[in-house]
Design a protein around this ligand. Structure first.
Ligand code: ZN
Length: 94
């Protein structure tokens, strides 16, 4: 994708180099590879946060989780369960 389109990372709003990253990885569902809503412009750090599933740390985390819940609810359950196991609480957005 065209790098440099966004000047600020959508996850942390810092002026960092961003790359177009997938919310739902291609390893999970290749059919979402070209879904425009499955893309975010994130810095490396935020891209890793998305991979982990700690969406509450991101400015666009709520958008991300909403997209997953609508698009692949079973993937959302996997990520929410993993969050619960790692943090001992359910994911929550302020
Ligand atoms: Zn970032």
């Amino acid at each position: 994708m065209d790098e440099g389109k966004a000047n600020c990372c959508e996850g942390c709003d810092r002026p960092l180099p961003t790359t177009c990253s997938h919310i739902i990885p291609r390893s999970y569902d290749i059919t979402l590879l070209a879904d425009i809503n499955n893309f975010r412009f994130h810095c490396d750090k935020c891209a890793q946060v998305v991979e982990r599933g700690d969406y509450d740390l991101l400015l666009d985390g709520e958008i991300i989780l909403e997209y997953i819940e609508v698009t692949r609810p079973e993937y959302a359950e996997i990520k929410k369960q993993s969050y619960l196991e790692r943090h001992g609480k359910e994911i929550y957005f302020k």
